[in-house]
Design a protein around this ligand. Structure first.
Ligand code: NAD
Length: 416
């Protein structure tokens, strides 16, 4: 192996350094360090408005660093109890707390002690802050818990929202809010009575690509929004009939409330309008036990007062695909992976001189679950109402009921 001559210290130099001792070598390294220039203000950075900040170093041609989120000391963060330790809690919500600056997990509620103690150890939650469903009311005596995050099957959202409100805890509830507009109304009333905040976890409304699209629509950057179309489809295991999503009493419906809701809610969110008429069709393969109680596929049209038309499609029968498309006067906005947990893309097609162009807008990444939990924590700390309150969930239930009515009767349904 060849020897790098620059690493060889010759005998004469070693003698000069200090009689060949280790101390001599260390002194030599220290002396070299003293001659290094100290950090300039550009490297050292500082603190501005409570956040660590650095002056720009990269040129104007490069995008700047993402704005620093608010990161509170742990004792000032809002404590959440997670109720229901299913797939979403385990794979997305609990890990997302690691990216939060204002929210922290402090308690768990589950019917599975082994699963709960494993997760509690992994996420630094004390054993005494782990509760069974029957013990739920004991959360009242845990002052670290300010908010309850309900991540249970849809039909259980109402009960746990009401029980949380009754013990004075704020509620973040997974979508769909409930299984009927009547339950959604009862949940709003319970939280109002108890003077606690109620937020529905519409993560897409906290996702950077969707926020940008909404801004484009509101600012009319590319003219009027003429049409919105979206699809949210995925498949189910052949034995999936056992899952609660396939039992109407627990789910309230099939593909529509579970995944089609994203198309519906996001059409309303980006347009800022409420539909005045819906028309829908639905289909389930005959004899398939997975779709004996709930629909496999649903297709719906929404008409809006401005003339905007929206088309949503959702199915449990086709390979996973979550897309959204907006036709505007001067551009087409295409969004592959629109409703995924990550990997959203935004492609803008428009005229460039005599040519057609499609450009991708690459936005800074942000964890949607962390963003929504931090938003709720900020609202609780500041005494403000959340951006996606119970009324937002109720509106979707009224619309889903109209969609099902239209699918049943094959007639359009007008909305007040
Ligand atoms: P899951 O089936 O993985 O978990 C449900 C949990 O509830 C399980 O731990 C189960 O043990 C518990 N549970 C308690 N009582 C139950 C009962 N009677 N029947 C069945 N389970 C019972 O479901 P999930 O995917 O975690 O969904 C939970 C909620 O989160 C649902 O409301 C769902 O719509 C919502 N969700 C939201 C997103 C999102 O992106 N925001 C994604 C997935 C699910």
């Amino acid at each position: 192996m060849p020897i790098d001559p620059t690493t060889v210290i010759d005998r004469r130099r070693l003698l000069r350094i200090g009689a060949g001792t280790t101390t001599g070598l260390l002194m030599s390294a220290g002396a070299a360090a003293e001659t290094l220039p100290g950090p300039s203000p550009i490297d050292r950075g500082g603190v501005k408005d409570g956040k660590v900040a650095f002056p720009p170093w990269r040129g104007e041609a490069d995008r700047p660093d993402a704005p620093r989120p608010t990161v509170l000391p742990p004792e000032q963060r809002v404590g959440f109890a997670i109720v229901g330790l299913g797939r979403l809690s385990v794979s997305e919500i609990l890990p997302a707390f690691g990216e939060c600056g204002q929210a922290k997990p402090v308690a768990l509620v589950s019917g599975s002690p082994e699963k709960m103690s494993t997760l509690a150890r992994q996420h630094g939650i004390a054993p005494e802050a782990c509760y069974g469903y029957a013990d739920f009311e004991k959360l009242r005596d845990n002052p670290a818990v300010q908010a309850v995050y309900v991540v249970l099957p849809n039909a259980m959202h109402r009960e746990y929202t009401e029980r949380a409100a009754a013990i004075g805890k704020h509620v973040l509830c997974e979508k769909p809010m409930a299984t009927s507009s009547a339950d959604a109304r009862a949940m709003i009333a319970a939280c109002d009575r108890a003077r606690v905040a109620l937020m529905i976890a519409y993560r897409i409304q906290y996702q950077p690509h969707h926020l940008r699209v909404r801004q484009f629509v509101r600012d009319k950057t590319f003219g009027r929004l003429v049409a919105f179309s979206a699809g949210n489809v995925q498949t189910v295991h052949p034995t999936g009939a056992e899952q609660w999503r396939h039992k109407r009493a627990l789910s309230g419906g099939g593909a529509l409330p579970d995944i089609g809701l994203y198309c519906l809610n996001t059409a309303r969110f980006v347009s800022g309008e409420e539909p005045d008429e819906v028309y829908a069709r639905q289909f389930s393969p005959a004899g398939d036990p997975r779709f004996a109680e709930v629909e496999e596929t649903i297709d719906f049209m929404l008409h809006f007062p401005s003339g905007l038309v929206a088309h949503g499609m959702s199915s449990y029968g086709a390979r996973e695909d979550k897309w959204q498309r907006l036709q505007m006067e001067r551009a087409t906005l295409e969004m592959p992976n629109a409703y995924d947990y990550e990997g959203q893309r935004l492609l803008i097609g428009q005229r460039r001189g005599d040519d057609k162009a499609q450009e991708e807008l690459v936005l800074q990444r942000k964890n949607q679950f962390a963003a929504e939990m931090d938003h709720f924590a900020e609202c609780i700390r500041g005494g403000k109402g959340p951006r996606t309150p119970g009324e937002e969930g109720l509106r979707d239930h009224v619309l889903m009921e109209a969609i099902y009515r239209s699918a049943r009767t094959s007639q359009p349904v007008k909305l007040g």
